[in-house]
Design a protein around this ligand. Structure first.
Ligand code: HMG
Ligand code: MG
Length: 301
């Protein structure tokens, strides 16, 4: 069993903001990243270099990264970005980004709807992106969506997820983040999935990325932790969702997983009081309800 400590990947500025209907001012995005950087979080996914026609909400990715360089206290924090293809990668490389996330789907329906290609073609694209990134010493994290359920194809077999995760690792991803994109998974689904994956993939190469549509995300995080997973993606204020996963709600709230782990005596390195204030602030800016139970309770106290 690996050690106890967990690594949290804050995805609020990317997953959180890609699905907000109103245009979020670039200055608010930068302010969010800056405030998050002062809470003890060590990895903050900043934005996506995707097609502005597909995700107009993040069409200011270049400005966000350029402004962050000037205004965000960086310390030893890593600020990965998502890229879907070599065009996005080149834009990120031009800004000296040190880590990227590529995103593929275990299912055909989501792959075609989200990145406009088949699963097979997505692996070919991924190979080109990873080879070029590695030439430039850029680390590549792999997201694998729809590991339990797909909005287009229904339930996903764990064997299909295993095959894809292994291919992505072979191509050179340092870690695979397992996406419950629809937020419909239960702890039992997570156990069934991980029992298959962990036969062939070490827990240290996997992360959990659980959306919370059915209110099961924190239970799913705990189940994955029990089975040895030590890296989790989460979003401040529980923001998030994918424009191509209709009805899916936000990620598990960072405040909620920090509280949960700390109450188990597991250090996350994050200052919960500061984080709760950031969650409250960004939800007010976006005029959305605070999706973190813990965050709401703390700011009301
Ligand atoms: P396409 O339309 O097939 O691409 O989209 P294309 O190569 O034909 O290009 C179409 C236009 O987009 C062209 O512009 C390109 O230049 C431009 P035009 O000539 O028409 O003016 N273009 C780009 N512009 C900027 N940056 C780029 C880029 N690429 C092309 N990188 C594509 C294919 C993959 C580009 C598109 O489908 C896309 O951008 N998809 C991204 C969708 C997305 O961001 N979804 C949310 C993130 S994934 C997620 O949330 C799940 C996750 O959280 C895990 C989980 O929860 O499961 C990670
Ligand atoms: Mg997501």
């Amino acid at each position: 069993m690996p050690g106890d400590a967990v690594r949290i990947v804050e995805v609020g500025p990317r997953d959180g903001l890609q699905n907000i209907k109103d245009v979020v001012p670039t200055a608010t995005k930068i302010e969010l990243i800056n405030r998050l950087a002062q809470t003890g979080l060590r990895t903050i996914e900043a934005t996506s270099f995707v097609s502005p026609k597909w995700v107009p909400q993040l069409s200011d990715a270049k400005t966000v990264i350029e402004s962050m360089k000037l205004s965000v206290a960086r310390g030893d924090i890593s600020f990965p970005v998502l890229v879907p293809n070599t065009k996005g990668l080149e834009a990120a490389l031009a800004l000296d980004v040190k880590e990227i996330g590529i995103f593929l789907s275990a299912t055909e329906g989501f792959s075609r709807n989200n990145i406009n290609c088949s699963v097979e073609d997505s692996l070919v694209r991924a190979q080109a992106v990873i080879e070029r990134a590695r030439e430039r010493n850029v680390r590549v994290r792999g997201y694998l969506s729809c590991v339990v359920d797909c909005p287009y194809d229904g339930r996903t077999s764990p064997i299909v997820v295993l095959r894809m995760a292994k291919k992505m690792l072979e191509l050179g991803c340092f870690e695979i983040s397992l996406g419950d994109t629809t937020g419909t998974a239960t702890p039992q689904d997570i156990r069934r999935l991980l029992e298959v994956l962990l036969r062939e993939i070490p827990a240290s190469r996997l992360a959990g990325h659980f959306h919370d549509s059915y209110g099961q995300a924190i239970a799913n995080v705990k189940e994955a932790y029990r089975l040895g997973i030590r890296a989790f993606d989460s979003s401040v204020g529980g923001l998030g969702g994918c424009p191509y996963s209709p009805g899916a709600k936000g990620n598990v709230a960072t405040e909620d997983i920090v509280h949960s782990f700390e109450s188990m005596g597991i250090d996350t390195g994050v200052n919960l009081t500061k984080l709760a204030k950031v969650g409250d602030w960004i939800c007010q800016q976006l005029r959305v309800p605070n999706g973190s139970q813990v965050g709401s309770a703390l700011v009301a106290a």
